[in-house]
Structures are given as structure tokens and as C-alpha cells.
Design a protein around this ligand. Structure first.
Ligand SMILES: Cc1cc2nc3c(=O)[nH]c(=O)nc-3n(C[C@H](O)[C@H](O)[C@H](O)COP(=O)(O)OP(=O)(O)OC[C@H]3O[C@@H](n4cnc5c(N)ncnc54)[C@H](O)[C@@H]3O)c2cc1C
Length: 391
């Protein structure tokens, strides 16, 4: 049984939790990380089906954690363009790196690679890792929290951070409520081989059933996120490989020629889930534990990493003043800022999903011209880009 008093316990060692543990340790805090299962090592011949479109501000964060170079040396795919259009016709909305004077708009990167490199850094930094272990109980005091794990470990800390995903246990133990909305849609993900090159472009076609994204992954290969109503997702998952390829080719309007399935397929249920209070005493929630959003803008993990960057900034500023950085009133300031960004994003994606994922005639007729208009308005486009890029 361990009885040490530390600064922060981070529960959950996914991308957001692991990055948070590393970033706070860099601020001079003593950290313990609790994770229920050892992450599977990244293996280049078995790409992870869960890939992210990582935004530039988060690449900077990973750079400051000294893991970005290692990730880039393994496998990342920069993308220079985004093309968004509606299946019913009309103009395209195009974002081009050259227009914004940057080398790329972002990077496509595998979840397991990010976790693998973050964990290597956690171990190299000597951060205490309790794994496999789960939190069983939580007690809150005025100036600390006490967590008991299922292996008998007791952890006393100034702050506990819930980074244990959308079904967070720590959030529940702290009595933090969430409001949920099920989209009754699933994201079907897979790798595919395309007849024509992807042109380092992230493509998204809106269909009445939901958006279909082709993200450039490697030469001749894309990662797809195909949003479909639950029953349709089940149907396409059960299709023979060749039939799946044909339906996908059609759904994408043949934009990259014939498409062939190049991996297994899985589907994730999609939901919007927002926490009511980001802070409860000395527990706070980040990442999917605080907010789960529709994947149509590829912002889920990006929002979580922005929670981390903002928290580190708070700790940095308050630490130099030598005051209690984890005092609830200080955490509330962080919470207000992050709530606003995450809520605007979650409802923004919601509105886009509602407008585009249906075949009501008035909306069908206005969608194409709307995208075309947005494409012509440079300041609006720049505003969208700056928001997505976190700059
Ligand atoms: C189809 C699909 C496509 C997506 N595409 C994108 C994209 O392009 N870009 C993007 O930014 N996001 C995307 N997302 C969202 C992204 O996957 C999540 O936002 C991201 O994984 C959240 O990271 P996290 O670290 O907060 O949570 P998670 O990745 O869920 O990690 C939580 C960790 O906590 C651990 N854990 C859970 N319970 C406990 C417990 N009780 N005790 C200890 N440990 C525990 C888990 O084992 C896990 O390691 C997509 C999601 C879906 C479904």
C-alpha cells in the first residue's frame, strides 16, 4: 500500500491523459498516472484504425512534450488541402495550405502511435504509472483528494484529473453529471486503397445518411470515416469486401476512382456528451471524459489536447505566484474557458450534421450554394481555418 502525497493523479492514459501527465510534470509537479490496461504497442505493419486529424496547435504541444519528432519519424501524413462538398450538387468548399501561408493544414496520425510515444516519454521521465489499475473510491477534502485503486494502492493528491474517456469512472465517483444526445449514427472506419492518388487532401462528401471522409494515410491509401445511421452501418459492415468497396466507391461519387477495402472494418457509436461541471472540488475532467463530439470535423482529440494546454498555462502562471494552483476558484477560470470552446464546437458540429445529414428539399437546395458562398468569402474561410487549427 502506497501513502505518498503527490500533486496530481491523472486517471486514464489515452492520448489526452498521457499528454496531460507529461505536460504537468514539465511544470515541476509530481504526477501519478492510473490506467486500467497496458496500451498495445504500435506496430507499423498493423496500422491503428483510429486515426486523428491533428491540428497545428496540438502538434506544437506534442513538440513541447518532446514526442512529436518521434511520432513524425514513425508515420504521419501531412495534409495540404481539404475539399468539402454535398452529394446533391453545388460548389465545393476548399481549404488550401498555400492560401494560409502554411506548409500543411494538419497531420493524419494513428491513435496507438501517439499513445505509444507518449508512454515511452512518461517512462523516460520516471512518472509513476499504476497499470493495470482502476479507481475504486474517491474522498474529497478541503485541500486534497484520496483515491483508492483496486490493487490496494492509496493515492493522496492536491488534484485528480478524469481523463478516462467518455464513460469515465472518476467523473461518476465525483458526482459530475453529463448531458447526452445519441446521434443514432455510427462512424464506420477502415483503410482503403484508392485508384487515384489522394493528393494529400482530406476529402469530405456530405450524403443524406451522414458525412463520408477520406483522409490521406499513405501512398495509395486513405483512412475512411463513414457516418451512417445505426442500421445502415450494420448492413455495410456485413457486406462482402468487394460489395463494400463498390458501395463505398458510389457513396464517394467515384472521386478517387475505384475503392478497395484494405483492412478490417469497425464502427463506433456517435454521441454528443457534455459535462455539466468541469470541476467538482479537487477533481476536474478533460478530453472525452468532459466532452464527446461528432467526428465530422475531426476535432475530438484536438479539443482534449486543448484542455491540457490551457491547464498547463494556468499552472505555469499560478505557480510563478507561489499560490495554490489547484484551488477550486482557479480551476473554475480554466473550466469557464474550456466549457465555452468545447460547447461551441459540440453544437457547431451538431448543426452541420443536422443541416447536411438529411434530404429535406429546402436544405438540399441551399447546401451547395451555401458551401460555394463560404468558399468565396476569404475572411470566413480564414476564420474557420483558424478555429480548426487552434491558432
Ligand atoms: C469514428 C471516430 C473517429 C474519430 N476521429 C477523430 C479525428 O479525426 N480527430 C479527432 O481529434 N478525434 C477523433 N475522434 C475522437 C477521439 O477518438 C476521442 O476524442 C479521443 O480518443 C479522446 O481521447 P481521451 O484520451 O480523452 O479518451 P480515450 O482515448 O477514450 O482514453 C481513455 C483512457 O482511459 C482508460 N480508462 C477508461 N476507464 C478507466 C478507468 N476506470 N480507470 C483507469 N483507466 C481507464 C482507457 O483504457 C483509455 O486508455 C474520433 C472518434 C470516433 C468514434
Amino acid at each position: 500500500m502506497s501513502r505518498s502525497r503527490i500533486d496530481v493523479v491523472v486517471v486514464g492514459g489515452g492520448v489526452v491523459g498521457a499528454a496531460c501527465a507529461l505536460a504537468l510534470q514539465q511544470q515541476g509537479l509530481e504526477i501519478a498516472l492510473v490506467e486500467m490496461q497496458e496500451p498495445a504497442p504500435w506496430f507499423d505493419l498493423q496500422p491503428d484504425l483510429r486515426v486523428y486529424a491533428l491540428a497545428p496547435d496540438n502538434a506544437d504541444l506534442l513538440q513541447s512534450l518532446r514526442v512529436w519528432r518521434e511520432v513524425c519519424e514513425s508515420r504521419v501524413q501531412p495534409y495540404r488541402r481539404m475539399r468539402i462538398w454535398d452529394a446533391a450538387g453545388g460548389d465545393e468548399l476548399v481549404f488550401d495550405a498555400d492560401t494560409f501561408g502554411v506548409a500543411q493544414l494538419g497531420w493524419i496520425v494513428e491513435n496507438s502511435l501517439l499513445v505509444d510515444r507518449l508512454w515511452a516519454a512518461l517512462q523516460a521521465q520516471g512518472i509513476r504509472i499504476c497499470c493495470p489499475a482502476k479507481v475504486e473510491t474517491l474522498e474529497q477534502f478541503d485541500d486534497s483528494v484520496r483515491l483508492r485503486l483496486n490493487d490496494g494502492t492509496r493515492l493522496d493528491a492536491s488534484l485528480a484529473i478524469a481523463a478516462d474517456g467518455a464513460d469515465s469512472t472518476l467523473r461518476e465517483l465525483a458526482g459530475m453529471e453529463v448531458s447526452r444526445h445519441a446521434y443514432h449514427q455510427r462512424g464506420v472506419v477502415a483503410f482503403v486503397e484508392t485508384e487515384h492518388p489522394h493528393e494529400t487532401t482530406a476529402w469530405q462528401r456530405f450524403l443524406p445518411t451522414g458525412p463520408l471522409a477520406f483522409l490521406p494515410f499513405s501512398s495509395g491509401h486513405c483512412s475512411i470515416v463513414w457516418t451512417l445511421p445505426d442500421t445502415e452501418a450494420e448492413r455495410v459492415l456485413a457486406l462482402e469486401e468487394a460489395a463494400f468497396g463498390c458501395e463505398l466507391t458510389d457513396a464517394f461519387g467515384g472521386r478517387l476512382g475505384q475503392v478497395r477495402l484494405a483492412s478490417s472494418r469497425v464502427a463506433f457509436p456517435l454521441r454528443r456528451q457534455l459535462i455539466d461541471r468541469y470541476v467538482s472540488g479537487r477533481v476536474l475532467a478533460i478530453g472525452d471524459a468532459a466532452h464527446a463530439v461528432h467526428p465530422l470535423a475531426g476535432q475530438g482529440v484536438n479539443l482534449g489536447l486543448r484542455d491540457v494546454a490551457a491547464l498547463c498555462e494556468l499552472v505555469r502562471v499560478v505557480h510563478t505566484q507561489r499560490s495554490d494552483w489547484a484551488a477550486p476558484h482557479r480551476l473554475q477560470r480554466w473550466a469557464r474557458m474550456r466549457r465555452s470552446d468545447n460547447t461551441v464546437s459540440a453544437y457547431g458540429f451538431d448543426i452541420i450534421n443536422r443541416i447536411f445529414s438529411n434530404d429535406e428539399m429546402p436544405l438540399v437546395l441551399t447546401r451547395g450554394p451555401l458551401l460555394g458562398l463560404a468558399n468565396k468569402l476569404s475572411p470566413l474561410k480564414r476564420m474557420f481555418w483558424r478555429r480548426a487549427a487552434g491558432i
